[in-house]
Design a protein around this ligand. Sequence first.
Ligand code: SOE
Length: 374
Amino acid sequence: MPKLGIAIVGTGMIGAVHRRAALLAGADIRGVAASSPQRALEVAQSWNVPRAYRDIKEVVADPHVQVVHVCTPNHLHHPMAQAALQAGKHVICEKPLATTLEDAAALAALAAATGLIATVPFVYRYHPVVREARARIAQGELGPLHLIHGSYLQDWLLDPASNNWRVDPALGGASRVFADIGSHWCDLVEWVSGERFTEVSAAFDTVIPERSAISGKSFSTPAAGGVKQAVASEDVAAAMFRTGAGTLASLTVSQVSAGRHNRLWFEIDGARASVAFNQEDAERLWIGLPEQREEIFVRGPGAGSAEQRQLSVLPAGHAQGYGHCFEAFVADTYRAIEGERPDGLPTFEDGMRSALIVDRVITSARTRAWTAIG
Ligand code: SOE
């Protein structure tokens, strides 16, 4: 595969994850843009890349850049991705595509019109045992589905002294915990189950009404004390869904659940069997069976579906994780740029789907009514 020239816009935690995945996928990182030209210079030197761009205009004007990775805070995703697509660059844009449904729809339409490759890192699709679960459901092993349920729990915003740009609706969007991590759960279970949500009843709660005004990095230890400010976005959310096949689903999301770090968990229960996945123990897939039987499928290249084997780059017992998921996602994006059609690559269409679900969840939480998703 020829070396793709890429630029990374946004150099926080996730920008560094994109960098590692891009390097492992063989990219030539041409430069970075950051929150300031000075910060871009510092990171360009640290990452040993040729360019420190002053702004997105300089990024998209660079003829050596074929792909732009957008890793900024949410409110900048839409303008950055739009500028890149309009300049003929392929795009990997961090979720959400935009902080409004309208802007997400416009981006998805622009990507479709340009024919460029435009993807969104719903990377939990790339855990090998998630692919095993999807393959078994697709092969009918579970039978007709009876129930989908789960949660996505974190605790990095439990301390009221912690704050982050995600908490501010002007930067993160109208919904915080649901849009930030409930979106991952919804994308994952729709993709794995093969069923789509058609209506939702949701509720939000802000259990920490005031936080320190000092904004820190995600998952960081907060600075002590300081001036407080009111919080307008939700810390916890609960939602019930119906799928088009009539299957009931329930989800709990939280960023204030002590002891939970990045615990995305789902269970899908069918007439003949169930499967359960825990992102914090991603080497195993639990399979529930009738007559007092349970099975544990262990990740590895030696067994299971072709999709699971293909993503298992290490032997069983040599744990793969989040980083491997990201590397597989970026490598699949670059393969798509070279003309391949990797199975399950999340595109701007999936980003648009996510924005629709989030928009309807917000409406339901505000109206306290069941709301069609379409
Ligand atoms: C913070 O909640 C966060 O980094 C999310 O923004 C990511 O999308 C998720 O994968 C991990 O947690």
